[in-house]
Design a protein around this ligand. Sequence first.
Ligand code: MOS
Length: 736
Amino acid sequence: MDMTAPVGTNVLDAPHGIVGQPMDRVDGPLKVTGAAKYAYEMRDGAKAAYGYVVIAPIGKGRITAIDDSAARAAPGVLLILTHQNAPTQGTGDHQHAAPQLTGPEITHYGQPVALVVAEQFEQARAAAYLLKIDTATEPGAYDLAAAAATAKTPQPMQKMAADTSVGDFSHAFASAPVSIDVTYTTPAQTHAMMEPHATLARWDGTHLTLHTANQFLTQSRTAVAKTLQIPEANIRLISPFIGGGFGGKLWVAADAILAALAARALSRPVKVALTRQQMFHVTTRRSDTIQRVRIATDADGHITAIGHDVLSDNLPSEPGFENSATQTRTLYAGANRETRHRLAALDLPVASSMRAPGEASGMLALECAMDELAEKLGMDPIELRVRNEPARDPEQDIPYSARHLIPCLREGAARFGWHRRKPQPGAVRDGSWLIGMGVAAATRATPLMPSKCTITLTPDGIAIVRMAMTDIGTGSYTVFTQIAAEMLGMAPGNIRMQLGDSNFPDAAGSGGSFGAASAGSALFDACMKLRAQLAEKAGMPPDQAVFADATIRAGNRSEPLATLVGANGLEAAGSIEPGDLATKFSQQSYGAHFVEVGVDSDTGEVRIRRMLGVFTAGRILNAKTARSQAIGGMVFGVGAALEEALQLDTRIGYFVNRDLAEYHVPVHADIPEIDAIFLPELDPTTNPLKSKGIGELGICGAGAAVANAVYNACGVRVRDYPLTLDKILPGLPVQN
Ligand code: MOS
């Protein structure tokens, strides 16, 4: 099916269905007992050899000599791969190919320059330290601010233009009675998922199997085929469980290609995992940004001009930019608008998708700028947002599909006790703590991607669902089980959800807040087709057949499903294609973040005290996993606001902090009280589930609400993330 017309009433609209219930994760017992196997734990065929990646120790330059004699003679060593013996591979940007060891050039610190393979991991690692690689350093560009003057207008990303313009921004901004012109900076960040990138590669003649931690199996199979220059049909990616991705496992990384090259050379399975430290440079990151936000209003706070200029960086060979102005194109009203993205070339690891690319960093700027504007207007920041609620998408000039930002703001304000907030910063104290509240809007695009699915009903009453979809820890297995159980009237325990194999029907994969919507819609389509087949076999009109208790029923007739399927079972295939509704309606998820913080008046230390997110995202498929995802996003918003930053040494071009002790993400002690709720909503324009994306909604705006609360607490406006105490302390009033 495709989305060319809004969906009407359908089987998921039944009032007490399984879909939406807070069902426990079906894979929970496997995970807590250790039975869920991850890539590096896999075994496939003969005993695997172990590869250890050797990375470039300079930011830019060349390899001038390699002496592998000592490493080669070390115990257990089977193979040393370098650019001198690696085969020719296909090339492309990082989304389309991942060639390794292609030549002596070093484009960034941490680029893999060798793979040492041995019988044991420890032998490979020990030999790697015996490898002598001489390099010649060349000057590199590592500093975004310094490179600003050389930045260029990037090519569009998919359909996303670098620049947009409506009306006459410059004139409207210059002539407005009230305006702000503020520049925010956000640092480079890394995904920091729990499971390091890992692959077990096995060749069977000309066929390659990769057990690999990867979010996008269908797309990554294409990238592996292009890189290794072999047919896609000869490649299988298997990834049943993934220990977090956050965008860092969307694309094929060095571990997969190096393992494949070594396994082919040795005619033996090879395992390669990146170390925690290597992940920081070998894989992708979020770009740092410099963002200028300009907003002007009339005397009553109606926006007349809104502009957002974003500077980000990437390797010279990579076209992708951090699209931080995305939400500014659609979130608020205003007749005159201008957004621009510029891209500087830096010799740093590839910048790519990470946790809501675009909005996550963009809303750290926009939603604080709105707070600054509200203060300048002497207006409550919620009222400013309500006043600038657009009737239609202001840049695309199309209607919104379902937009409930104001109800989220109002409901959140009531639940959080927003009326107790004092507009004057520094007005509330609790001992030595200065207490403040902050608010920010949340929004995130909700795309639909092509996806396919098969479902097979067996004679013993089991439904087997197959798709090359992944579960990166978000609950995919569970929400799809709920959809199939409800649509077929079967017990969830009789649904076998089989994901994580590229041999299954091509699927959207987990990313971009489109996974559940896209793969779930393909499953919906497959279930509808299976229902039609079952109704036909039962001799019942499909539109009158009721599926419940593993039977099909119409009028006073009822048949057990298992008796209808025959000896070989019954199979149906489903698919979803995006239609033109995505261009006829402006489709986003929405929400509002509320945060209360304390700022220590002596030290500038910030502590979250309470946090609430209120969201609307169409039909919620599982109340528990949705809430968990929202909370996870909000926690990462706290990280962006207060903690997370890759500390770049701009002399050498490397990140100094490379483990979870030094790259700080929030821990339990940082997050004392947090809640997320979803208000009821259905969006018939998005997909047959009437759902919207939730994977990345929670992070969008969350950090800005923290920063706004910090300002309200102590009156210090830090525009350089993260808000560490060294930036806050100088602005605090001197205590006596
Ligand atoms: Mo996401 S940043 O598309 O995993």
